[in-house]
Design a protein around this ligand. Structure first.
Ligand code: G6P
Length: 496
């Protein structure tokens, strides 16, 4: 049965709000995901008729998508949300998701290439780029089918950069916004991309009415890339209001990009932590249980330095470990008195560089434990298996949180810890995380490449007095929750 045009609000993202595992007997088990988008969308509720379009990621998803055909997934699996899961051919999906999105666009925006040897854009990449185009077209087709006249469509992230322009071509009546959850690369780095790809991504996003980012820094970088690559005109605050200051290159905030006779507005919405959800969830029995286990593991009277990340190159877990090793080396007074609790959850394990990175993290953690560990003290407690309840338990007890990404669109861990922390937690924060714009004043700020400086910041954080830590944590929590997911989502809707 074909889907009628009924949706007044649509969200499109690669990863949807639900994933499926296929049992040997052919049964499907649904697992609902969390995250900002899921709770953001709940602001409009299932009765709004909103539809979420996402891709089938694995075998279970593909089977669920096939069974649903062109219809929506079983609402019982999605908390009542209407979800259309696209069954994209596995080779096309792999080329678009692993090849282009995660190996190239992600790497460019997070400055992850080792440029003397990487990247290499060869014939294989050209094929992957064609797959990325057809994967984006599959989203544009589905959205065009589902949307009522003048519906609002919120397209998410670097996986779907071409969708706004493709959708406008199919449905010029729609109001289309794109949101980037990543940083945006500065022009010189962005231009590592082949020229047609660099231009294609920007043209794709500029096909929408609005392009939004997590911080002003990323919005400005996007506008700078539009100017450098496409020769587009940047509009800034104060431009064109007749006061003579509107030269287009003044110091005002970027507000729009003009290109080929159209104007795409720019916006900034710094997604915050969901305080209500976190406070409620972190008091549940499974979290209490893990809290006791963690306390026992750390040992009485010891402090903890906690980090929680996907095992992701941009998160800079290796330098975090090196800084901790340096702390133990230069400040022997902390030996036996602190444990580094590092949760590094598996991510994108189809990619060799992620697997290698995970191995490296394990190896360095082992080395530190061999070098410094004693009979009653294991300096690093590394956990590589995903467990949200255990993360919340660690947030509750952490004395220090280490958030040192090379670059990060926002980083929600930095925002979640202060909300959940029981006794106050000192935050060591990279100035390259989007969260720095809001939390910088009450965090101990580090240059993520500077291992020595990070070791010093860890020492300062461990020494911070209880009162100061509690005061700072209170202010951090207030700043971190100023735009919770539902308000974040509604702000984007309103702006369109
Ligand atoms: C980042 C991206 C998201 C992505 C998530 C997890 O936060 O902005 O779009 O879903 O990483 O990555 P994955 O590849 O597992 O979806």
């Amino acid at each position: 049965m074909a889907v009628p045009r009924t949706a007044p609000i649509l969200v499109a993202s690669n990863r949807g709000p639900v994933s499926y595992t296929l049992g040997e007997d052919g049964s499907l088990t649904a697992r609902r995901g969390g995250g900002g988008l899921v709770s953001g969308l709940s602001a409009i509720g299932p009765e709004s008729g909103g539809v979420w379009v996402c891709a089938a990621l694995g075998e279970g998803d593909r089977e669920a998508a096939r069974r649903a055909g062109d219809s929506h997934l079983n609402p019982g699996d999605t908390g009542g949300q209407q979800v259309r899961m696209l069954d994209i051919a596995p080779d096309v999906f792999a080329a678009a998701y692993n090849g282009v999105a995660n190996s190239v666009l992600w790497f460019v925006h997070h400055l992850l290439y080792q440029t003397p040897v990487e990247p290499v854009f060869d014939a294989e990449f050209a094929e992957q780029w064609a797959a990325y185009e057809s994967y984006n077209a599959a989203f544009a087709d589905a959205l065009a089918q589902e949307a009522v006249d003048e519906a609002v469509v919120l397209v998410q992230d670097y996986h779907l950069a071409l969708v706004p322009a493709m959708l406008r071509e199919r449905r010029p009546d729609l109001r289309i916004g794109h949101f980037s959850h990543t940083p945006w690369a500065p022009p010189d780095y962005y231009r590592l991309l082949p020229d047609d790809v660099a231009a294609g991504v920007l043209r794709g996003i500029l096909g929408g009415d609005r392009a939004a980012f997590l911080t002003e820094r990323w919005a400005t970088a996007f506008a700078d890339c539009c100017a450098a690559v496409l020769g587009a005109e940047i509009v800034r605050d104060g431009d064109g209001d007749g006061d003579g200051s509107g030269s287009g290159d003044g110091g005002g905030m970027v507000t729009a990009v003009r290109f080929e006779g159209r104007e795409t507005r720019l916006g900034v919405h710094g997604l915050g932590a969901d305080a209500d959800f976190l406070r409620e969830r972190s008091r549940q029995a499974d979290v209490d249980e893990r809290l006791s286990t963690l306390r026992a593991q750390i040992g009485p009277g010891r402090k903890s330095i906690v980090r929680v990340d996907r095992t992701e190159l941009s998160k800079n877990i290796v330098r975090g470990l090196l800084a901790y090793r340096r702390l133990l080396e230069t400040r022997p007074e902390w030996r036996e008195r602190v444990v580094h609790v590092a949760f590094a959850y598996p991510s994108r394990q189809d990619l060799a560089v992620y697997r290698d990175y995970t191995e490296r993290v394990r190896r360095i953690a082992d080395e530190i434990n061999e070098e410094y560990g004693t009979e009653g003290w294991t300096p690093v407690a590394l956990h590589v298996k995903d467990d949200f309840a255990r993360s919340l338990a660690a947030y509750r007890l952490a004395d220090v949180a280490l958030v040192n990404p090379i670059r990060d669109g926002m980083n929600l861990v930095a925002k979640e810890v202060p909300v959940v922390s029981e006794r106050g937690c000192a935050l060591v924060l990279s100035r390259e995380a989007g969260a720095y714009a809001e939390l910088g004043e009450d965090a101990l700020v580090v240059n993520p490449y500077d291992v020595e400086g990070t070791a010093r910041a860890l020492h300062e954080a461990l020494r911070m007095s209880d009162d100061e830590r509690a005061d700072r944590t209170k202010r951090l929590a207030a700043a971190a929750t100023s735009l919770p997911p539902q308000a974040w989502f509604l702000a984007q809707l309103r702006a369109l």
